[in-house]
Design a protein around this ligand. Structure first.
Ligand code: ZN
Ligand code: ZN
Length: 338
């Protein structure tokens, strides 16, 4: 089968012909139909983060496809089911986090496209218990971006506990941001979209943003202050300075939701103590979402409440696609068709 393989953190991905994997006990073999390219895949391929994957490996944690074979003991999935293979590829199932609704914090988790081979291939094996069903009526092309970009931003909006009429600033309108703003609207927020690309802001408007701020032309902190300040700022950009701007844009009682993960070498964000205390600011880290969160994301999409903006690409074009994303030239999401 064809797969895009990371052979080294300093080399481009290689298209290789590798054996179709065999599902072990509790696993399913999935014929991948579509697989989105997330910024995390690029960080994985470059070894940007403190805990690094081990080459060779196949990235991709937005793989969607059809179950073709079952490993021993699988009862929750059947051949022919359409499933999504998200970042949370496996968790222990019995620790404090797993049993309290926070399986995404499990210390024994395995991550698709990072510690286990992912969706940039014609086939992948997955833990059947963590492969999430894709309901009828959702195309693989839409399901793929929802599998990471969707669930990650849906969870970020959930943990912010947004009240109707609260102002929600979304920093970074790309693959994640275009969905984040839709979830913020679904829970009743007034949305302020912030980006440095006018085309992304035009898209944000089209998707229902109430205000847009072009941070390349105007100071986003001043612009948001003029609107009364943000109750919630969700940071999807991968630049520490943007986290600081988002913090500064908050009004009293505000919540900073950190989602984007810059390369470790870019250093920390500065968190000033006085305003944090005096303004009663909460700082929240939010990492992907649970299987239940993803099921809710799919339900909302099946109900027609969200729109996925993505463009199809061939897996052979993986390195060009990486360059496109890094240059900020990609439309909201790029999805490989397999
Ligand atoms: Zn992702
Ligand atoms: Zn666990």
């Amino acid at each position: 089968m064809k797969a895009a393989v990371v052979t080294s953190f300093t080399e481009p991905l290689e298209i290789q012909d590798v054996p179709v994997p065999t599902p072990g006990p509790g696993q399913v073999l999935v014929r991948i139909e579509a697989s989105g390219l997330c910024h995390t895949d690029i960080h994985a391929a470059h070894g940007d983060w403190p805990v690094k994957p081990t080459p060779p490996f196949v990235p991709g944690h937005e793989g969607v496809g059809i179950v073709e074979a079952l490993g021993e003991g699988v009862t929750n999935r059947a051949v022919g089911d359409r499933v999504a293979l998200p970042w949370l590829g496996h968790a222990c199932g019995h620790c404090h986090y797993c049993v309290s609704g926070w399986e995404t914090l499990c210390e024994e988790q395995l991550n698709t496209g990072y510690s286990i081979d992912g969706g940039f291939a014609e086939y992948a094996v997955a833990d059947a218990a963590y492969a999430v069903a894709v309901p009828d009526g959702i195309t693989p092309q839409d399901a793929a971006p929802l599998t990471c970009a969707g669930v990650t931003t849906y969870k970020a909006i959930k943990v912010a506990h947004i009240q109707p009429t609260e102002r929600v600033a979304i920093f970074g309108i790309g693959g994640l941001g275009h969905l984040a703003l839709q979830y913020a609207r679904i829970v009743g927020g007034t949305v302020i979209a912030v980006d440095v690309e006018q085309s992304k802001l035009d898209l944000a408007r089209e998707l229902g943003a109430d205000y847009v701020v072009n941070a390349a032309e105007t100071d986003p902190v001043a612009a948001i202050e003029e609107l009364g300040g943000a109750d919630v700022a969700v940071v999807l950009a991968v630049i520490p300075r943007v986290f600081e701007q988002a913090f500064e844009s908050l009004r009293r009682g505000g919540r900073l939701v950190c989602v984007g993960l810059p390369p470790e070498s870019d250093g920390p964000m500065a968190l000033p103590i006085f305003p944090t205390v005096l303004k009663g600011i909460s700082v929240i880290g939010s990492i992907v979402g649970t299987r239940q969160d993803l099921a809710e994301v799919f339900d909302l999409h099946a109900l027609g409440r969200t729109r996925v903006i993505a463009e199809s690409r061939r897996l052979d074009e993986v390195n060009e696609c990486v360059a496109e994303v890094l240059a900020g030239r990609a439309p909201a999401r790029l999805v490989f068709e397999l």
